[in-house]
Design a protein around this ligand. Structure first.
Ligand SMILES: NC(=O)N[C@@H](CC(=O)O)C(=O)O
Ligand SMILES: [Zn+2]
Length: 427
């Protein structure tokens, strides 16, 4: 397939390019970039991208594909299709499936199924402990052989520090990043929303900032001691941002991730009883959100991920205390990032490409996330001016659980190209 993209705003963090021009790709590889390109042979497809961002294919470090075992919520194919529609060309799947992905065979199951059926790259993350029980290490080295890009106990923290330290030592030895979900299991104590005036008014058990902060602190200390590369998932508190800043000042290999819901909403926005506002970590206060925005602006926070967490309608229809945590994110992340961050001048379009593609690629040691001659032809085209209303019924994901249904946004994915093939095009 030969594709020519014309007159887009090329945004490439690896050489800080931000200029209007053409991109030509053939056989899954970028052949030429910049200026006006006239290919020798007629391209199979020409995409006119005037007024659009042309970014390296977006990479989502935090997705729940629910496959194997929980495929009534999502499966590899529906999740990957939702990803393509959302502008993502690579997604990393968390291991909290049924069974948990804690050995090489299960990693291979996901990789094989994705290779055969998914329109985008799917990389399976391995669990830290067997069955995520926190008692015994998973077969980390076996899973490394099977190609995991990271280990994570996402959904919870490994509470046994001795065990976690051992896992970090193995990760450090193989230069594998550790993706940390930071939540003290004892302190969370049945909480389901942020602990603040709203939780008190609604009579709901609260989750304090310390539930996250103490584990962020612990994990940074352990990363320092073991030399492991630590990536802090879905940071939601102001002190998480401060601690990441301190770690960076010390030149520790620590990176921080934020999800669109945490930089868009606060607990003030919650609609009483609507479980689409229930996610982990919870929506925090204005002060926390402000700190996340500042952290994004100043590059203390490196990554925007979705934490795409699909659940069925029945599961989400339960009372607030019973419904599962999580919201879908693959098909709303670009719009929320454009609307809340780029349009409001919090970050530049180039920073958006950094946080949604280049930095994630760097964290997992991938050669993707860049628009350079010779790099894989993973490209995302976004119209930042297109305005529309989010409609969860249009999602390709099985999950419709979002608090953003009906929200007016700007920023539409026009096309997603993965390995030189158009895997999504908006009609
Ligand atoms: N974030 C969530 O609210 N839920 C995630 C787990 C996680 O990412 O911690 C899920 O698996 O549903
Ligand atoms: Zn998590």
């Amino acid at each position: 397939m030969k594709i020519l993209i014309q007159k887009g705003r090329i945004l490439n963090p690896s050489d800080q390019r931000d200029e209007v021009g053409d991109i030509y790709m053939e056989d899954g590889v970028i052949q030429e970039i910049g200026g006006t390109i006239t290919p020798e042979e007629t391209p199979d497809k020409v995409i006119f991208a005037e007024g659009c961002y042309v970014m390296p294919g977006l990479i989502d470090l935090h997705v729940h594909l629910r496959d194997p075992g929980l495929t009534h919520k999502e499966d590899i194919v529906t999740g990957a299709k939702a990803a393509a529609r959302g502008g993502f060309t690579t997604i990393l799947a968390m291991p909290n499936t049924k069974p948990v992905i804690d050995c090489a065979d299960r990693v291979q199951y996901v990789h094989n199924k994705a290779k055969e059926l998914a329109p985008v790259h799917v990389l399976q993350i391995g669990a830290v402990t067997k069955q995520q029980k926190g008692e015994e290490l998973a077969d980390i080295e076996g899973m490394i052989q099977a190609g995991i890009p990271a280990i994570s106990e996402d959904g919870k923290s490994v509470m046994n520090m001795k065990l976690y330290r051992e896992a970090m030592e193995i990760a450090a030895k193989h230069d594998l990043p550790v993706f940390a979900h930071c939540e003290d299991q004892n302190m969370v104590n049945g909480g389901c929303v942020n602990e603040d005036k709203h939780s008190k008014e609604l009579g709901l058990p609260g989750i304090s900032n310390a539930v996250e902060d103490v584990i962020v602190a612990r994990d940074i200390v352990l990363a320092k001691e073991t030399g492991a590369r630590l990536h802090l998932c879905h940071c939601s508190t102001k002190d998480s941002v401060r601690m990441i800043q301190l770690a960076k000042e010390e030149k520790l290999p620590v990176t921080g991730e934020v999800c669109p819901h945490h930089f868009t909403l606060t607990s003030d926005d919650m609609v009483a009883g609507d479980t689409n506002y229930k996610m982990n970590p919870p929506l925090r206060t204005e002060a926390d959100k402000e700190a996340l925005l500042k952290g994004l602006k100043e590059d203390i926070l490196d990554v925007i991920s979705t934490d795409h967490a699909p659940h069925s309608r029945e599961e989400k229809q339960q009372p607030m205390t019973k419904a599962p945590f999580g919201i879908v994110g693959l098909e709303t992340a670009v719009a929320l990032t454009v609307t809340e961050l780029v349009d409001k001048g919090v970050i530049t379009p180039l920073q958006m490409a950094e946080k949604m593609s280049y930095n994630p690629a760097q964290i997992i040691g991938s050669d993707r996330g860049r628009l350079e001659v010779g790099s894989p032809a993973d490209v995302t085209i976004i119209d930042p001016e297109a305005e529309y209303v989010i409609d969860s019924m249009s999602f390709l994901s099985k999950g419709k659980n979002t608090p953003f249904d009906g929200r007016k946004v700007k920023g539409l994915v026009k096309a997603t190209i993965c390995d030189g093939e158009v895997v999504y095009q908006q009609d």
